[in-house]
Design a protein around this ligand. Structure first.
Ligand code: ZN
Ligand code: ZN
Length: 238
């Protein structure tokens, strides 16, 4: 084999062997065992990586560390993430990691932390959400200094995306835009979470602050809420 090709044109089989080798080492490290990289590389070179140099195997491991970082996962400390890894290699390695259960740390993971929820929702909202989120039928109650509920950032993001900057209560434009350019609308649970309402798109609306406060505090809040149910077809009475 042409030696100049020793670091290009890796076959799926070679890449998979590298990924498996990496995950094996990751496991050793997580179990607190010391890592002999060279010995591990030699094992790989006795198998699928027989045409690759030690340096080339090491570089491939550093590619995998780079993909770990992209996925917000902690790589093996001994392999500094390689810079400027080609997108083709990144997507092949990502796919192989996903097949082995290593996926991007979840922006859509439910959380009770308001700030985190908002950050995740804002991030999700910046790209079209293609499928209606499942949401959480019975949000788990969490005791902090104040009572809060675990909510799904994707539900929040989807509902705001549907509203597209128009309050679903009064049909007026959101009163202002945030620094990130997104229109300011608050997501309200029509049947309140405290009343055991669900965190689903069938129970959530995007409202301007006036309409939101009206739902909670106004003397006509029951009539106003009834109006939301008749106006917004996706809502389901709980
Ligand atoms: Zn409104
Ligand atoms: Zn509310």
């Amino acid at each position: 084999m042409d030696t100049k090709k020793s670091n290009t044109g890796w076959s799926d089989q070679e890449l998979e062997a590298s990924v498996d080798g990496y995950l094996k080492m990751l496991k050793l490290v997580s179990l607190g065992q010391s890592l002999n990289k060279k010995a591990e590389h030699e094992v790989l070179r006795e198998g699928a990586l027989s045409t690759r140099s030690l340096a080339s195997v090491d570089y491939r491991m550093r590619n995998i560390s780079a993909v770990f970082e992209i996925l917000n996962q902690t790589p093996i400390a001994g392999y500094t993430a390689a810079k400027n890894v080609g997108s083709g290699v990144v997507s092949r390695i990502s796919r192989m990691l996903a097949q082995r259960g290593i996926v991007a740390s979840q922006d859509n993971a439910p959380t009770f932390d308001d700030e985190l929820l908002e950050r995740r929702a804002a991030k999700l909202q910046s790209k079209p959400i293609k499928t209606k989120p499942e949401g959480i039928a019975a949000p788990q109650q969490v005791s902090t200094t104040s009572t809060s509920y675990v909510r799904d950032p994707e539900v929040r993001a989807w509902v705001r995306q549907q509203a597209a900057g128009i309050c679903e209560g009064c049909s007026l434009r959101a009163p202002f835009n945030l620094d990130n350019g997104q229109p300011f609308l608050e997501v309200h649970h029509v049947k309140h979470l405290a009343q055991k309402g669900s965190d689903r798109i069938t129970n959530a609306v995007a409202l301007c602050p006036n309409c939101h406060q009206r739902c909670h505090r106004s003397s006509d809040r029951d009539e106003f809420t009834a109006g939301l149910y008749s106006k917004i077809s996706r809502l389901i009475q709980e």
